[in-house]
Design a protein around this ligand. Structure first.
Ligand code: NDP
Length: 281
C-alpha cells in the first residue's frame, strides 16, 4: 500500500507523482546493489513511485537495481529511463530501449528520454520513439538537457509536439531555467523534471537554507525539495541511497514555505536577471 502524493499532469492527461527518486551513481558495484534497492524500495512504499534511471547509470547497473527494487510492484511504478545520444538513431533508439527493458525486467518504460542532444538528427530519434510508442515498449517520450531553442526545434518536427517532458538541472542554486525555459514548457503543458534538486548535497550546507529549515522544523534537504515542489508542473527526483535520506525526502511534502521563507531564499539564491546557457552535469 502506498500513500498518495501530489501529482503532475503530463500532456495527454496522465497524472504522475511530483516527487520521485533518482538513481545516478547507483548500481555501480554489485556489493552495494542490495542496499540501494532497499532504499528505492522504501521510497516506493512511501509513495515515491516515479523512478528515474538511464542506460548510462552504472553502465546498465542502475536499471538492474531498479528491477530489484520494483520486484512485484511494476504496475504501481512510473519508470523513466534515458537513451545515450550516440544510440539515438532511429534503429539505435529501438535497440537501446530493448536492452533497457531487459535490464529493467519489464515490458514497457513509462517515459523514455533522449539524455542530451548529440549529433544524430532529432528526426531520427523521434522516429525511433514513435516506433517504440507504436510497439507499446514506451508509453511517453521526452528529452533532457534541452534549452529553449532545442525545445522549439523539437516541437517544430512533425509529431514533435507530443513531447511529454524535459529533464533539466534545476535547483535553488541553478535557477537559470526560470528565465524562459520553464515558462515556455509550462505554456505548452510539457512537464519539467528537476534533476540534482539537492545540488548533489552541496546545497545543504547553505546558511539561509539551514535558517529556513530551522524555522520550519525541517531539514535543509526538505526545504530545497519543498521549494521546487511548490511549482506547478515540476517533477522532482532526489537520489538517496540511505534509508534516512529517503524518509527525510518524503517528509518534504509536509513542509509549507511562507512568503518570508521564499523572500529569504530569493535573497540568498537570486532568480535570473537574463538568459544564460542551460547548465548540465
Ligand atoms: P541530488 O541533488 O539528488 O543529490 C544526491 C545526494 O544528496 C546524494 O549524495 C545523497 O546521499 C544526498 N541526499 C539525498 N537526500 C538527502 C537528505 N535528505 N539529506 C542529506 N543528503 C541527502 O543529486 P543527483 O545528481 O543524483 O540528482 C538526482 C537525480 O537526477 C539523479 O540521481 C538522476 O536520476 C537525475 N539526473 C539526471 C541528469 C540528466 O542529465 N538528465 C543529470 C544528473 C542527475 P545518499 O545517496 O548517500 O543518500
Amino acid at each position: 500500500m502506498t500513500a498518495e502524493l501530489p501529482k503532475v499532469t503530463l500532456p495527454g492527461g496522465e497524472h504522475v507523482p511530483a516527487l520521485g527518486q533518482g538513481t545516478w551513481h547507483m548500481g555501480e558495484t554489485r556489493r552495494r546493489m542490495a542496499e540501494e534497492a532497499a532504499a528505492v524500495r522504501l521510497g516506493i512504499e512511501l509513495g515515491m513511485t516515479l523512478i528515474d534511471t538511464a542506460e548510462m547509470y552504472g553502465s546498465g547497473g542502475a536499471e538492474e537495481m531498479v528491477a530489484r527494487a520494483a520486484a512485484g510492484l511494476r504496475d504501481e511504478l512510473f519508470i523513466v529511463s534515458k537513451v545515450y545520444p550516440h544510440n539515438a538513431s532511429r534503429a539505435g533508439v529501438v535497440a537501446a530501449c530493448e536492452r533497457s527493458l531487459e535490464r529493467l525486467r519489464t515490458d514497457r518504460i513509462d517515459l523514455y528520454l533522449l539524455h542530451w542532444r548529440g549529433s544524430i538528427p532529432l528526426t531520427e530519434t523521434l522516429a525511433g520513439f514513435e516506433q517504440l510508442l507504436r510497439d507499446g515498449k514506451i508509453r511517453h517520450y521526452g528529452v533532457s538537457n534541452f534549452d529553449r531553442a532545442d525545445m522549439a526545434e523539437w516541437v517544430a518536427l512533425r509529431g514533435g509536439e507530443t513531447v511529454a517532458a524535459n529533464q533539466v538541472l534545476y535547483n535553488l542554486s541553478r535557477r537559470g531555467p526560470e528565465w524562459d525555459l520553464l515558462p515556455w514548457c509550462r505554456e505548452r503543458g510539457i512537464a519539467i523534471m528537476a534533476y540534482t534538486p539537492l545540488g548533489q548535497g552541496s546545497l545543504l550546507r547553505d546558511r539561509t537554507l539551514a535558517e529556513v529549515a530551522r524555522r520550519r522544523n525541517a531539514t535543509p534537504a526538505q526545504v530545497a525539495l519543498a521549494w521546487l515542489l511548490r511549482q506547478q508542473g515540476t517533477i522532482v527526483i532526489p537520489k538517496a541511497a540511505r534509508l534516512e535520506h529517503v524518509r527525510d525526502n518524503r517528509g518534504a511534502l509536509d513542509v509549507v514555505l511562507t512568503e518570508d521563507d521564499l523572500l529569504a531564499l530569493d535573497r540568498a539564491f537570486p532568480p535570473p536577471k537574463g538568459r544564460s546557457s542551460l547548465g548540465m552535469l
